[in-house]
Design a protein around this ligand. Structure first.
Ligand code: AMP
Ligand code: ZN
Length: 486
């Protein structure tokens, strides 16, 4: 397969031909979750998007070293370098060790990633496991003259850096405006410049997560972990660095500055940013409190949901939007994805039942190339799905006897589905179990409605209560009865 993959590079704001530094190897670093609470669906969207990217690179034959970190230290409450760290706060509230918090939410994150059928990263380093590397990097940045210490905290000197480097290279923001819009230094503030950010932070007496350093007991700033871990596992310069769009302006901007100041080079050739999952137009985020947890979606227990949706339906819903477009979360959109996903999987089921004809009146030859063209155009999954729907239409037509396909056509359709539905889009057949339960529940709900219609309330209540004991909740509305599993 000749590679004509083109990637939108945030750094250059253009689509560029993908030319890895050291083919067939590709180094990809993606900023992972902060594990002080459950990941929400917005976080999942970003990780599913990079799973698509990873899968397609693997499909093209690249040997991808995919590094996705776990942030388990150093994330403070505010945007500024002050306040409590989120792990210590949660640990205090729940009377747990911070590492118990980290363990609980890391396991939860892996469970969710497995449900979404994402491939695990090649390396999943943690911030707390790489304190020594972070300290070394901070020391080097100080030695190179781009950082200074104040009272046990080390700050990156943005003004000094900006004299010879473009600090806002990633977002193209105007540095003067940025300075003007940044809040005034408080009198007690130790920073030299308003945009200076902490590389290492002195631990207050109550701060539980702390390590010894040349500057006393403290903990790393958030940005330094990714610079230290990406260079450790992928080298000072690697191919792709990614994360959600919200990370570009601060976290990734600071990562570039740190690498440049330490290693005299920008870390990544291609910067990729995924767009946000929104709810009623607002970004889904932990702090805004509008985050849906994946399990609330799978079970339908979230108050804004009419019913539950399976992990593959949700994955399909995410892939129906291009990774650089926003995706708004709604019952209607999920319902449409549910139908679409079933249509596709039903068509795949029919493939083995198709009877080949001697002649053909369907066009399947170009579908696969159209899927490659779409993926090669900056991973355009919605266009791939449109081609797959066309394949499903052809399969249904042949099955219904309205069209004829040769054995060769049928083989081509099978190969298309194998490559793109399973391998590239990462969809899979979900256990028939949920479908079976669905059908059984439909039947029970029907029995209960009949009992109610006959005024046999003893039976209808018995059904409702019996199901409740089994953890199944019935919800009656004008449209009928729906059910959810606790
Ligand atoms: P966090 O755990 O908050 O550090 O976020 C983990 C990843 O999820 C980062 O790459 C974020 O950019 C991304 N992210 C956060 N909120 C959203 C959202 N609403 N939609 C898509 N990605 C998000
Ligand atoms: Zn990062």
């Amino acid at each position: 397969m000749t590679n004509s993959l083109v990637i939108y590079n945030t750094l250059t704001r253009t689509k560029e031909k993908f030319e890895p530094l050291n083919p067939p190897f590709v180094g990809m670093y993606v900023c992972g979750p902060t594990v002080y609470s459950d990941v929400h669906l917005g976080n999942c969207r970003t990780f599913v998007s990079f799973d698509l990217i990873n899968r397609y690179l693997l499909h093209l034959g690249y040997k991808v070293r995919y590094v996705r970190n776990i942030t388990d230290a150093g994330h403070l409450e505010g945007d500024r370098d002050e306040g409590d760290d989120k792990f210590s706060k949660k640990a205090r509230l729940e009377q747990l060790e911070p590492m118990e918090i980290v363990q609980r939410y890391t396991i939860g994150f892996h469970d969710v990633m497995r449900l979404f059928n994402t491939l695990p990263p090649s390396i999943e380093p943690t911030a707390t496991g790489h304190i020594a590397e972070q300290i070394e990097m901070v020391k080097q940045i100080i030695d190179n003259g781009f950082a200074y210490e104040r009272e046990g905290t080390v700050y990156f000197d943005v003004e000094k850096y900006s004299q010879g480097n473009n600090y806002t290279i990633l977002t193209n923001r105007n540095l003067e405006e940025l300075l003007a819009n940044t809040r005034d230094l408080g009198g007690q503030d130790e920073k030299k410049g308003r945009l200076d950010f902490a590389l290492w932070i002195k631990a207050k007496p109550e701060h539980i997560m702390r390590w010894p350093s040349p500057w006393g007991w403290g903990f790393p700033g958030w940005h330094i972990e990714c610079s230290a871990m990406s260079s450790k596992y992928l080298g000072d310069v690697f191919d792709i660095h990614g994360g959600g769009m919200d990370l570009a302006a601060t976290h990734h901007t600071n990562e570039i500055a740190q690498s440049q100041a330490c290693n005299h080079t920008s870390p990544a050739k291609y910067w990729m940013h995924t767009n946000m999952l929104t709810v009623n137009g607002a970004r889904m985020s932990k702090s805004a409190g509008n985050g849906f947890l994946p399990h609330e979606l799978f079970t339908g227990s979230h108050p804004l949901l009419q019913k539950g949706y399976s992990p593959m339906t949700v994955r399909f819903f995410m892939l129906q939007a291009h990774y650089r477009s926003t995706l708004d979360f709604s019952n209607e959109a999920l319902e449409a994805s549910d139908k679409g996903f079933k249509r596709l999987m039903n068509a795949i089921d029919l493939l083995d039942k198709l009877k080949p004809s001697a002649t053909s009146n369907v066009q399947v030859g170009d579908l696969k190339q159209a899927c490659y063209d779409a993926m090669n155009d900056d991973f355009n999954s919605p266009v791939v799905i449109a081609q797959l729907f066309e394949a499903a239409r052809i399969i249904n037509g042949v099955y219904d006897g309205k069209a004829q396909a040769t054995q060769e056509d049928i083989e081509a359709l099978k190969s298309l589905m194998d490559d793109f539905v399973y391998d590239v889009l990462g969809l899979k057949v979900e256990k028939a179990e949920t479908d079976d339960i669905g059908k059984i529940m439909e039947f029970i709900i029907q029995l209960r409605s009949e009992a109610k219609a006959n005024k046999d309330y003893l039976t209808s209540d018995k059904i409702r209560n019996g199901l409740q004991d089994l953890g199944i909740q019935l919800k009656d509305s004008k449209e009928g009865t729906t059910w959810t599993k606790a």
